[in-house]
Write a protein that binds this ligand. Structure first.
Ligand SMILES: [Zn+2]
Ligand SMILES: [Zn+2]
Length: 93
């Protein structure tokens, strides 16, 4: 659940996201990274700009590297895991 991440971790991940959705689930209506614009103060809101923090790998610690910032559309689209299918690339932090 998104609430597991401490605020400081979510904030760090959000800064990394550049205010854009980090979802790369190709089963959604976007190819490659979603990049929908999101707004920090709109976390959890079901409006354009809304977003949530999701855990990428259940077995990994709750740090920013394991936190993915996704827009509310992707969050609701579900089928989240694996949230980001990296092409061997996991050095975003
Ligand atoms: Zn998205
Ligand atoms: Zn998506």
């Amino acid at each position: 659940m998104p609430e597991k991440f401490p605020d400081s971790v979510v904030k760090e991940a959000f800064i990394r996201s550049d205010g854009e959705c980090e979802c790369m689930d190709d089963r959604h209506n976007h190819s490659g990274r979603c990049n929908s614009l999101i707004t920090y103060r709109m976390r959890g809101m079901e409006f354009p700009g809304g977003w949530e923090a999701c855990q990428f790998a259940a077995e990994k610690p709750l740090d920013a590297g394991n936190c993915r910032i996704v827009c509310i559309d992707c969050y609701k689209a579900g089928k989240i895991l694996p949230l980001i299918s990296y092409n061997g690339r996991d050095d975003m932090v």
